[in-house]
Design a protein around this ligand. Structure first.
Ligand SMILES: Nc1ncnc2c1ncn2[C@@H]1O[C@H](COP(=O)(O)OP(=O)(O)O)[C@@H](O)[C@H]1O
Ligand SMILES: [Mg+2]
Length: 331
């Protein structure tokens, strides 16, 4: 569905280029929830922007490309970096980090729906059985029905964003992003800054939507608990590249990379006594990354060779990848 081919991206700053995505290469499949994990500052948001093709100053693509392809309503499609914009809403949609701020505070939600849904989606006959030349009122009818399907009250269309709770605003944003049944939906930290109960509700909504649309969801979160709950496969990012990638359940049962073990070890567990230790240290600055394996300065197992060469992401077992000198491929 999404092929990410040796992608590198950097921010141009007055102090030089900050390489934030380094030769990232992987596939995201049809009909799966793919998670991207890692502490803040690892480049998750930047990678997602590259997937959605928001390459705007100071961000630039240095190498590689993203290919979005598949079939929708029996029609095959294919878009590469630079063209993916043409497929926004219809084939791919995006819920940005801190999405709450994308809602205009002084406009009622119904106007925001009408402004966001591209004209061709309104009554080209392609979407949700709509008739040709749909009026705004007809579009709003379809929006209201869609909200009901998602168990949201259509009354919210008359509300201003500030009249809704944070969780409700996030649901509305997800509804907006999925209204046109995109084949891929990208969501950046959709549950961060919400309390645990509300988080649960949002995660359930995302899982249900994915089942219903049978599409691909890419979920970025620094919270490993979120990945455990809803993703099928996941990639763990550290300092601009993946250090581990594979089936979520297998990763949690038997993490390969020392960084993954650290993240999982920091999760609270039922029956834990006392305070959990946080993860020691911080990710390196992307302006001046350490030589060799970028995790080596924090790695309890690091040897001399780790600071000399960067380990490539290798298939260790079928479908399970890791980038670590100390892990020998078994396949
Ligand atoms: N607009 C920008 N200009 C320069 N550097 C940036 C900019 N945005 C992000 N960065 C750099 O990219 C790094 C990764 O950012 P980001 O992709 O937001 O990571 P994450 O989502 O994992 O927290 C930041 O630590 C920072 O060094
Ligand atoms: Mg981010």
């Amino acid at each position: 569905m999404l092929k990410i081919e040796h992608l590198s991206a950097s921010y141009k700053t007055i102090d030089g280029n900050v390489h934030v995505v380094n030769d990232v290469h992987f596939d995201i499949l049809d009909n799966e929830i793919f998670g991207i994990a890692g502490e803040s500052g690892c480049g998750k948001t930047t990678l997602l922007k590259a997937l959605y093709d928001i390459i705007e100053f100071p961000l630039e693509l240095d190498a590689g490309r993203v290919v979005l392809s598949g079939e929708k309503n029996g029609e095959p499609f294919e878009f590469c970096s630079g063209e993916i914009r043409k497929s926004w809403w219809n084939h791919i949609s995006y819920v940005p980090q801190a999405a709450q701020s994308v809602l205009n505070p002084i406009t009622r939600l119904k106007s925001q729906f009408l402004d966001s849904i591209p004209k061709q989606g309104r009554g080209s006959g392609m979407e949700r059985g709509s008739a040709l030349k749909e009026t705004p009122a007809q579009t709003l009818d379809r929006v209201a029905n869609y909200l009901k399907e998602l168990e949201l009250s259509p009354d919210i269309l008359d509300a201003f964003p500030f009249q809704l709770s944070g969780g409700m605003r996030q649901r509305v944003i997800i509804a907006l992003a999925t209204f046109m049944s995109p084949s891929v939906m990208l969501a950046d930290e959709p549950t961060t800054a919400l309390d645990v109960v509300v988080q649960r509700g949002i995660l359930m909504m995302l899982t249900r939507l994915q089942k219903r649309l049978r599409n691909t969801m890419v979920l970025v979160s620094h919270d490993m608990g979120v990945h455990y709950q809803i993703t099928n496969r996941m990639g763990i990012m550290y300092s601009g590249s993946f250090v581990e990638l594979g089936d979520t359940e297998l990763i949690f049962n038997d993490p390969l990379h020392p960084y993954t073990r650290m993240l999982i070890g920091a999760l609270p567990r039922v029956g834990d006594k006392g305070q959990k230790q946080g993860i020691p240290g911080r990710p390196p600055s992307l302006k001046a990354p350490p030589p060799g394996c970028r995790f080596a300065p924090r790695c309890p197992q690091a040897r001399d060779m780790c600071t000399q060469a960067a380990p490539p992401l290798e298939e260790i077992r079928p479908g399970r990848f890791a980038a670590c000198h100390l892990i020998r491929p078994e396949v």
